[in-house]
Design a protein. Structure first.
Length: 330
């Protein structure tokens, strides 16, 4: 049982630049009853406004090679281990990729992330990605990000030299929970790639998926493991149980719990770009705006890798209604 002044005291301390939130305090936040969610939102929103202002960064993502992945991540419909209805697609045509990027730029996105369903890139994929990045740089003013799985040091350096602004590689789950969701690679391999990204000078984008059956303690563990890596951007994905995957029967996370999770991540990582990502429409439902008020300062607009998002106009209207201007966080 936390004292009634817990959130006020915590908020005042964080706003005054005092000690960061501790693991136990973060666990207390994760365990707050629903009746405390409005006060939690107010606390997280104040921290967000102080650290990064009211702006919201928009990103579009594109699946440039879909499905048939060798890995067995139990949440993922792109794994070849599961009987998913998803149809595998080879590397996207360059013209199609550039068209998609121009469309993203037209709706206000400043980041464009090329995502491939692979364990890690081989030489052929590296060539294709480098050609795609050069085409995007030549045709748009978008900042280009990539998500190509586990990297070698040489590959990371090559991507940085090609002008990749940010590299996405999620930890996905807490170290203690990861073996429950994947057996073909380890949490440590993911962690190693995250460290490499920073070492070669790219910004790190790393987050995870919540609602996969992890405990609240493991959710907090993930937030602290991410904080230790210091990612510039943290995508918070909510499990959207995909047909044919081992997690297809998982119950949906309640919307207020999702709001609480965004606030939790904001308080643990006050300076990060926190981006509600996959599953947000399904899980937050009518609480999209509360998600933004709970400390999020970025959004993915348009579609996700294997699922559809809502119309970008709806998100843009929501941000205008919230008084949150669209722009980059530099
Ligand atoms: S999450 Fe990534 S590595 Fe895992 S199966 Fe899906 S595409 Fe492959």
């Amino acid at each position: 049982m936390v004292p009634p002044s817990f959130l006020d005291d915590l908020g005042q301390r964080l706003l005054a630049g005092g000690d960061p939130i501790t693991f136990d305090e973060a666990l207390a936040v994760a365990e707050l009853p629903e009746s405390d969610v409005p006060a939690l939102i107010a606390c997280a929103h104040r921290v967000r406004l102080q650290r990064s202002g009211p702006g919201v960064e928009l990103e579009s993502i594109l699946s440039a090679k879909t499905g048939a992945c060798s890995e067995d991540c139990s949440f993922c419909s792109q794994s070849r281990h599961w009987r998913s209805p998803l149809r595998p697609e080879p590397f996207i045509d360059l013209e199609e990729l550039v068209d998609a990027a121009r469309g993203a730029e037209a709706i206000g996105s400043t980041e464009f992330c090329i995502v491939l369903a692979v364990r890690g890139p081989d030489d052929r994929i590296m060539e294709q990605v480098l050609a795609a990045v050069a085409a995007l740089h030549a045709s748009t003013s978008l900042r280009v990000a990539c998500s190509l799985g586990i990297l070698t040091g040489q590959q990371a350096a090559t991507l940085a030299a090609a002008g990749i602004h940010r590299y996405n590689h999620n930890l996905e789950a807490a170290r203690s929970y990861f073996p429950s969701i994947c057996s073909t690679h380890t949490w440590e391999e993911r962690h190693d790639t995250c460290r490499l990204v920073g070492e070669v000078g790219m910004e790190l984008c790393s987050g995870g998926i919540v609602g996969m059956g992890e405990s609240l303690r493991q959710r907090v563990e993930l937030a602290f493991e991410l904080a230790e890596l210091g990612p510039r951007e943290v995508p918070v994905n909510f499990l959207n149980p995909r047909p044919g995957t081992p997690l297809q029967e998982r119950p949906l996370m309640p919307p207020l719990e999702a709001v609480k999770t965004i606030a939790l991540f904001r308080l643990v990582m006050p300076d990060a770009v926190i981006r509600p990502a996959g599953g947000r429409e399904l899980i937050l439902r009518d609480l999209q705006a509360l998600g933004m008020l709970a400390g999020a300062n970025a959004l993915i607009v348009g579609n996700y890798l294997t699922t559809l998002g809502r119309a970008p106009e709806d998100d843009l209207r929501m941000l205008a209604d919230l008084g949150m201007p669209v722009g980059r966080h530099d």
